[in-house]
Ligand binder design. Sequence first.
Ligand code: NAD
Length: 490
Amino acid sequence: MSKNSEQRTYLVLENYIGGKFVSCQSHIDSYDPSTGEIYCKVPDSGKEEVEAAVAAAKQAFPEWSARSPEQRAQVLNKLADLIEANLEEFAQAESRDQGKTVIFARTLDIPRSVYNFRFFASSVLHHTTECSQMDHMGCLNYTVRCPVGVAGLISPWNLPLYLLTWKIAPAIATGNTVVAKPSEMTSVTAWMMCKLMQQAGVPPGVVNVVFGTGPKAGDALVGHPDVPLISFTGSTATAQRITERSAPYCKKVSMELGGKNPAIIFADADLDQCIETTVRSSFSNQGEVCLCTSRIYVERSIYPEFLKRFVAAAKKWKTGPPSDPSSNNGALISKEHLEKVRSFVALAKSEGGIIHCGEGVDQLDLPEKHKSGYFMPATVISGISDSSRVMQEEIFGPVTCVNPFDTEDEAVSKGNGVRYGLAATVWSRDVGKVHRLAKRLQAGLVWTNCWLVRDLNLPFGGMKNSGVGREGGKDSYHFFTEVKSITIKH
Ligand code: NAD
């Protein structure tokens, strides 16, 4: 904790390098999105701090990578247990830092962070490599996999600890050491996790966390010659800069990026289940999930009924104080982001779109303490052209657009008509139809009659501008290791 000249007390974070907390000379203000007040100071790290973290990770690599997967798994499981033992504290901190509801953090973010460690601790024990015989040549061929080295891990602000651990867990399970850089807007739970490293038995230098901005700390990490691998989750625009920056070093990169995800709803769908799920898929976590639905296409025969019922359900999706158990949504991440999301609603209006609900904060009955928070109610828009920026660009807020379609072909073409290809949802009771659609939709993930059901064994990632590569189960194992083909002539 530290005090400034007005004697306000702030939480002051430190970098975690080589198993020690190291203070930084300058800091970035971090806001509580639900009040609009600064409450935390995040290190504004640069080249020097990144250099120290990479050096620590390099030094720790030989010993850590020489351990057996079972030995590493034990450490991951211990870390999972420690986070779980402090679940409530982590959930409260994630909510305060990000603006999401405490319930969401308690039931999704933190349990999933725990599970990321447990899952990769287990899955790393079960991979096998390949073997082939060439008897006519007297040769036996086989592959081995080795950790890559120091992994650079960069994560966004929407699911802070969840997405950071999705990278740290497979990276260290497979024997790499890491330098991680969380989003400068949501650094607190990563810092809290660092406090548990020693107790979990993570050797100094295996996990290093450097806090700071993308252009400074992130850029130094991506441009470091001793970091051969970058796993990035964030926006497509940042991914383009990271790709350019890492290209001269021929780094291994994995990119999990933005989306403009369609839901395609046919007349034979179970509408009760579909509406309940589509409200969740559109607005969960304030719409700040890369997998959120933002374009809903409904078969014309049920369009009026769907719209009426969907808008009624969206109106019940309550936005309010993150600590209030009756709130479905809390606050958006920042003032700038709130303004960006609102600007899309204004654009939709100017283009003749109908705003069915949401939009203004004036409709929310917020307590005094939260009046300057970045709140926005669930917003439903219809009547916007598919070519509008509102239908083409990622809004990443509690805003979803609804339009009708007539044929299966038209639904596919509308669904695919954006530069993104992350996730899609299809609603129909016709098995043949959902199969056909799932195959034709350009999306890395297609959920039929459900949303956000995740088996971590399956590949996760996007097509087109939504990503490069896949992570999860075997794919993470492949990404975080290098394969060698070995031939033995006997
Ligand atoms: P962002 O791209 O602004 O930032 C992501 C991270 O990159 C942050 O840690 C940031 O500091 C860092 N960064 C920024 N500029 C950098 C640079 N030049 N060099 C290195 N690092 C840099 O994204 P955001 O606003 O934090 O997150 C929202 C975006 O993330 C949305 O587009 C969302 O769809 C996407 N996202 C994708 C997934 C997925 O799995 N596909 C998951 C969550 C979020």
